[in-house]
Ligand binder design. Sequence first.
Ligand SMILES: [Ca+2]
Ligand SMILES: [Ca+2]
Length: 200
Amino acid sequence: MQKGQRRFTRFFQTCDIGGDNPINGSIASGQVFLESIPVKLNSQRVTECELLKTEIRDLQEQLKTLKATVSKIQKAWIFINGNSAGEKTFQANGSEGDFETSKATCSQAGGLLASPRNSAENSAIQQIVVRHNKAAYIGINDIQTEGSFKYLSGEAIGYSNWAAGEPNNVGGIEDCIEVYPDGRWNDKSCNEKRLIICEF
Ligand SMILES: [Ca+2]
Ligand SMILES: [Ca+2]
């Protein structure tokens, strides 16, 4: 998008658009209200200004097409094996691993081990667990301080969905969390083999 950004900058300079112009706010959404621009320029700059307007319109068209294409690919991708909740997409490719392997696998794929922050996200994870008929680790643990469950970022959790009687830290070694097919959580040893679900 750098090329496009340079065009916008040139457009604003050429067409005398100030930094505090109200149309600035609409650029982020990919729309510029070209017709509302007050133009009091010499003819050469007006010509260049018009040219830039055309180029920006072309870019807007390209952006629209690109967005539509990305949206289709995203839907197809989710259809194959994933689920979405809000901004997140959850994916599993059927591979399994212990907690560290799961974490590394998702990280290598450019994502994060699934870390549900609300019931919608937990439900999306649950559906994948059901589909694969295999419990999965999530990106939450109390490895650092017993009983203090945190996300991989170190942030304390604000949402949980424990099964009855959990977390119980059986044998003093249950510091990771698995999600059951009913969506409930159980604290579990980090060394079991579980379905790997990543979020993107
Ligand atoms: Ca524990
Ligand atoms: Ca447990």
